[in-house]
Design a protein around this ligand. Structure first.
Ligand SMILES: Cc1ncc(COP(=O)(O)O)c(C=O)c1O
Length: 349
């Protein structure tokens, strides 16, 4: 969507939680950040953020990267070789939204598992593993899980589900990566601390720039050897930043002040859903966190109709639209969105 397509003053922007803007406190923290050149390893604020993230995830090291896309790619590069195969969900973010970088840049053959929630079981993984020494075949060296799942409606993994996949990976000498772009949304629902999810995985990354409200930045955590490789790949991809302490300060602020607000986003998503279900709207997935998919007759037409009334959503296929709740949507905006949906997309009773 170009700025010209947007209404002048959107009432409610539900397109994505990436739309969150830095809060006043966050901007102040950024302005006052102590900085250095992080490519020389001299930015104290970046170092602090990496230490805090590593501690939160119970891993020895963490690395600050500009985006979640780069965090995933660096994790793949650091734990595979070109020509290997990676097992992940058919709806995983790298399959749909990262411009085939896992094949183009990391040289990986994706082996996908279909599931509406974007999750899978250890049995499903086991059926797809290739480890025998056959020159025809591409070795499976990495499994990647997404928590929460973006296209799966913000579904969360239970710990035992991830633990059984982790055990399988260990048995077969494969690595396990978690794209935890929204891991803290999962934690808020399952009450499982991020460190327990991270314990199952060799690497886990999370984003600061989604529901947590920072303007940019992701953290990738893992063991020292893998993270040393990750540092080299980050530089290779052009992700070495200089005075990035300004961004890291936003991240530290988000982890300190915004984490607790994710549960509020989930509460608003639930209220929005219940109010519209009562009006006969159909929601396509269970959606325990902040990402909702709503069935409509014609997605492009529905997006346009809502937009004219000041509510922005995204078309998802031909008959679904996506609405994502985030910290810039307060109770009033949520109630306004409910009214707008009712009026704009009124269903025959
Ligand atoms: C699950 C998931 N992984 C990775 C990313 C990529 O993050 P970024 O936009 O920072 O590259 C996103 C972005 O929305 C996402 O939803």
């Amino acid at each position: 969507m170009t700025p010209a397509d947007c209404p002048e003053k959107p009432v409610v922007d539900l397109r994505s939680d990436t739309l969150t803007r830095p809060s006043a406190g966050m901007r102040k923290a950024m302005a006052g950040a102590e900085v250095g050149d992080d490519v020389y390893g001299e930015d104290p604020t970046v170092k602090r953020l990496e230490t805090v993230a590593a501690e939160m995830l119970g891993k020895p090291c963490a690395l600050f990267l500009p985006t979640g896309t780069m965090a995933n790619l660096v994790a793949f590069l650091a734990q595979t070789r070109p020509g290997d195969s990676i097992i992940l969900s058919e709806s995983a973010h790298p399959i749909h939204y990262e411009n085939a970088n896992l094949s183009m840049v990391a040289g990986l053959l994706p082996c996908v598992i279909h599931d509406a929630l974007g999750k899978f079981t250890a049995d499903q993984v086991e059926q797809r593993i290739v480890r025998e020494d056959d020159p025809h075949l591409s070795w499976t060296t990495l499994v990647s899980v997404e928590n929460t799942t973006n296209r799966g409606g913000g579904a969360c993994w239970e710990l035992h589900e991830m633990e059984s996949i982790a055990a399988l990976c260990r048995r077969h000498g494969m690595r396990l990566h978690c794209d935890g772009a929204r891991i803290f949304n999962a934690c808020a629902v399952t009450n499982i601390e991020a460190r327990y999810y991270a314990k199952c995985c060799d690497t886990l990354c999370f984003c600061l720039s989604k529901g947590l409200g920072a303007p940019a930045g992701s953290l990738l955590a893992g063991d020292p050897e893998t993270m040393h490789k990750a540092l080299r790949f980050r530089k290779m991809l052009g992700g070495g930043m200089r005075q990035s302490g300004i961004l890291a300060a936003a991240g530290l602020y988000a982890l300190e002040h915004h984490l607790g607000d994710l549960a509020e986003d989930h509460r608003r998503a639930r209220r929005f859903r219940q109010a519209l279900e009562a009006e006969g709207f159909e929601f396509c997935l269970p959606s325990p966190t902040n990402i909702l998919y709503i069935r409509v007759e014609n997605s492009l037409r529905a997006v346009k109709t809502l937009k004219r009334r000041g509510v922005l959503t995204l078309a998802h296929g031909q008959d679904q639209i996506r609405a994502v709740f985030h910290r810039d949507i307060d109770d009033k905006a949520m109630e306004d969105a409910i009214e707008c949906f009712k009026q704009a997309l009124a269903l025959p009773r």
